[in-house]
Design a protein around this ligand. Structure first.
Ligand SMILES: Nc1nc2c(c(=O)[nH]1)N[C@H]1C(S)=C(S)[C@@H](COP(=O)(O)OP(=O)(O)OC[C@H]3O[C@@H](n4cnc5c(=O)[nH]c(N)nc54)[C@H](O)[C@@H]3O)O[C@H]1N2
Ligand SMILES: Nc1nc2c(c(=O)[nH]1)N[C@H]1C(S)=C(S)[C@@H](COP(=O)(O)OP(=O)(O)OC[C@H]3O[C@@H](n4cnc5c(=O)[nH]c(N)nc54)[C@H](O)[C@@H]3O)O[C@H]1N2
Ligand SMILES: [Mo]
Length: 749
């Protein structure tokens, strides 16, 4: 099942933020969620006099460090950004030559920006017109500026439009591919970047290779298994190229077909078994549906170092297993950080008691299911081994196979050397010195060859390709609607044999673009194109010629295959502004969205939700807790910092409902669910919204589930899960739940 939460990697790095003169943060709270990384923001402020701008519906701890802060209405970042773009274009603050040479489709963005005059933006977003002008002026004129985002932009039904428009601001200002610029997306869990790169997703193969016959055949070879055997694992071959369910909707796979449930498309069957490895389950939106899904399974397995609270939530009595998984300290291997750098981890202690590492659990499972040999065959390819060595041979399998994001240079040997030499790298530029000269810390991908330096800043044409330079990827053809998609004159990376744009490199065009002649031997070994060239001759030759194997094209502001070709504002499915719902309705309902029909317009227009549920519901994080929270609530010390589930509420709003500070209140959702939590007066939220942390579980709609924890496993703190009341609503592309843009009603308990 897919991890649908994360969205995008950093183009630059945390250290590089120290080079910024302006930092604009949309929907991220790094002072709380990335407190170590946030030091770079503060250093930028101290050493570089950088200005920090925060756009967030709540006055957060990050906002407290900001020079300018805008308290935006949830789900209205697109109007805010178009408002900024309109001011930028009107004042000529955009970078005309950057746009001309390196961007496709900016005219359409300019046209849409005109629809967002400042008064209108102020009305829709709830932010004063003067403040928007001040923010834009400051950000556009303090170069370089970096744009930071996290979950405040993604967890919306139009989150993918948010995450498209944010980089467009950077393209308009010419802030891409620059030190101190770029889009710096603060990702979540340790190794969530690696998990996505390695395809804990249901719609791609590892390395973002698409679901196509060609890719499957490429991987069959890489994994050292028979393609026909792979095909035989599916009900019929057509299922090989279809997306699976996502983490956010697996329960629909169980419940599909029942009255009132969204229809599923799953080869005529429902899901019967669930195997959970490292997900808290109570972190998923719509907990009552999740519970129903769990209750209706035939088999339920958790692999977790803790008692996963999914096992507490369900009433299922039989065939529920909790396998004790070891922690990261009891295993080793590479993980990938938010800036695309790899880190080697060493086992600190052997797995304790009867616990097993995740890979051993998977291997044991594969043995019982009869495909252990195939699962491990890929690790035996190099040197025709008889036995593999974990994790080195797994790492080398990845390096051998994943060309798309350039993991060729990530050999176990190099990654270990980086770990042993942490102190030999500069914290800002990540450049190595001494023994590590010529490499960047963690070899940030793309790391095209075994001699490559790693690429600390994406799309930077001021460096040679062999030292991390590159243009934008040529991914969508050479032209669209008659317009050239390759980069313009003179915009090739430094030291390149080509001066302008060029296509991605293939067997057919390599000689022409690189101005070389291949030997017959090279010709016989080389793959069809750079993505499938396991000989890596294409990449090696490209480095010599200063050419990026993936081409040098324009970034595109228009995605012609998406529901909205350019990002457009659409009100959340449950919006407090019914007048704007009519002007900016949601998408048409989407059939077979990761195997489940997903409602947009039909849910939004089912009734005037704001009448009965007038208050915005914002959810997010606390510094002492992580994710579903079991790991932290099971710690006496961490649990003490927030011993009870609570709701941040503005005293004016509370007062109108007769709710006192510290008293209990009910929160009701449009789905008819409710939770009972403690009111905590706070001016961090305005009087039209409340904030809930989502780290609690163990109480459901007012009823304690404490008696359900196995003896001695109850955490020090339990509480209602915010996700019992987070609303129905899923991103149109990724299916991320709309956990930051819903509605609720409140009542004194
Ligand atoms: N202590 C701690 N640290 C963590 C985690 C944790 O659980 N605890 N989790 C990790 C993970 S998995 C992740 S993904 C990251 C997430 O890191 P963040 O994205 O920073 O986390 P959140 O607190 O969920 O959300 C950030 C902000 O988005 C704001 N927001 C909500 N709606 C909107 C909106 O419509 N527009 C805008 N502009 N802002 C909005 C919220 O008010 C909140 O302050 O943190 C990681 N770090
Ligand atoms: N309302 C609301 N809901 C949200 C969010 C929000 O902002 N608002 N944020 C969403 C986001 S961005 C995320 S990433 C999710 C996070 O939610 P989860 O992914 O559920 O987060 P964790 O609690 O970190 O879950 C990790 C589980 O793995 C276990 N674990 C730890 N180490 C290991 C290991 O080495 N092996 C194994 N097998 N298990 C291990 C832990 O004990 C825990 O049970 O929540 C999402 N849900
Ligand atoms: Mo996350």
């Amino acid at each position: 099942m897919a991890n649908t939460w994360g969205y995008g990697a950093m183009t630059n790095s945390l250290g590089d933020i120290q080079n910024s003169k302006a930092i604009i943060i949309f929907g991220a709270n790094p002072a709380v969620n990335h407190p170590v990384g946030f030091q770079h923001f503060l250093k930028a402020k101290e050493r570089n006099n950088a200005k920090i701008i925060v756009i967030d519906p709540r006055f957060t701890k990050t906002a407290a460090k900001a020079d300018l802060y805008a308290q935006i209405r949830p789900g209205t970042d697109i109007p805010f950004m178009y408002g900024m773009l309109n001011i930028i274009f009107e004042n000529g603050w955009h970078d005309e030559s950057f746009i001309k040479d390196r961007v496709y489709g900016m005219e359409d963005i300019m046209a849409e920006a005109k629809n967002w005059p400042i008064e209108r933006v102020a009305d829709v977003t709830g932010v004063d017109a003067d403040l928007i002008i001040q923010i834009t002026k400051l950000y556009a004129n303090q170069n370089p500026g970096t744009l930071v985002w996290a979950m405040g932009l993604t967890q919306h039904s139009n989150g993918s439009s948010n995450t498209r428009l944010a980089p467009i601001i950077q393209l308009a200002l010419g802030n891409m591919g620059k030190e101190g610029g770029g889009t710096n997306i603060l990702r979540g869990h340790d190794n969530v970047q690696g998990a996505t790169d390695m395809c804990c997703l249901s719609h791609t193969l590892p390395g973002y290779y698409g679901l196509s016959d060609g890719s499957w055949k490429y991987f069959a070879k890489a994994w050292n298994v028979d393609y026909e055997w792979l095909k035989g694992r599916f009900k019929d071959p057509s299922w090989m190229n279809k997306k699976g369910f996502t983490l956010s909707r697996w329960w629909s796979g169980v419940l599909g077909g029942k009255p009132g449930e969204d229809k599923i498309h799953n080869a005529g069957t429902n899901l019967k078994a669930l195997f959970v490895m490292a997900n808290g389950i109570t972190s998923t939106a719509q907990q009552k549906k999740v519970k129903e899904g769990l209750d209706n399974l035939e088999l339920l397995v958790f692999c977790d170092p803790f008692v996963n609270e999914g096992a507490i939530l369900t009433d299922k009595q039989d065939d529920v297993y909790i396998l004790p998984a070891a922690t990261q300290f009891e295993t080793s291997g590479s993980v990938t950080a938010t800036n695309r750098s790899a880190q080697w981890r060493t086992e600190i202690i052997k797995p304790m008691y009867e616990s097993k590492t995740d890979q051993d659990i998977m291997f044991e499972l594969a043995k019982r299911l009869g495909f252990y040999d195939q699962l491990t065959a890929g690790m035996l390819v190099r040197e025709n081994k008889k036995e593999y060595k974990w994790p080195e041979d797994a790492t080398d399998e990845i390096a051998r196979t994943i060309k798309t994001i350039g993991l060729t240079g990530w050999t176990a040997e190099r990654l270990k050397k980086h770990q042993e030499n942490w102190h030999m790298f500069d914290e800002i530029s990540m450049r190595g010195y001494g023994e590590m000269t010529g490499e960047y810390y963690g070899l940030p991908w793309p790391c095209w060859t075994e001699g490559h330096s790693g690429s600390p800043i994406l799309y930077n044409i001021d460096r040679k390709v062999s030292e991390g330079g590159m243009g934008f990827r040529n991914r969508f053809g050479l032209e669209h609607d008659g317009v050239d998609l390759l980069a313009g004159k003179g915009s090739a990376p430094k030291g390149s044999v080509a001066k302008d744009g060029y296509p991605e490199i293939t067997r057919d065009n390599i000689e022409e673009v690189l101005k070389i002649k291949l030997t017959d031997d090279e010709k016989s070994k080389i793959g069809k194109n750079w993505k499938v060239d396991t000989s890596n001759i294409i990449a090696e030759k490209c480095m010599e010629a200063g050419i990026a194997p993936y081409g040098n094209a324009k970034a595109r502001a228009i995605v012609w295959t998406f529901a909205d070709k350019i990002p457009l504002h659409r009100e959340p499915l449950h919006s407090p502004r019914q007048d704007l719902v009519e002007k900016h309705p949601s998408f048409a309902d989407k059939e077979d969205h990761y195997r489940v029909d997903t409602r947009y317009i039909s849910e939004q227009s089912a009734q005037n939700w704001s009448k009965d549920f007038p208050i915005n519901l914002v959810t997010g994080r606390l510094v002492n807790m992580n994710g579903a929270g079991m790991e932290n609530r099971a710690s006496k010390y961490l649990a003490k910092l927030s011993p009870e589930m609570f709701c941040d509420i503005n005293p004016d709003l509370a007062g109108r409902h007769g709710i006192r500070d510290g008293s209990m209140m009910w929160i009701h959702s449009p789905q008819g669910t409710k939770i009972k939590v403690k009111a905590k007066y706070s001016y961090s939220v305005s009087d039209d919204r409340i904030f809930l942390p989502f780290h609690f579980a163990g109480v459901m709609e007012g009823e304690s589930l404490l008696h359900k924890y196995p003896d001695g496993t109850a955490p020090y703190a339990i509480g209602e899960s915010a996700n019992t009341v987070t609303n129905y609503g899923y991103d149109i592309v990724t299916q991320i739940p709309e956990t930051k843009g819903g509605l609720c009603q409140i009542e004194r308990a």
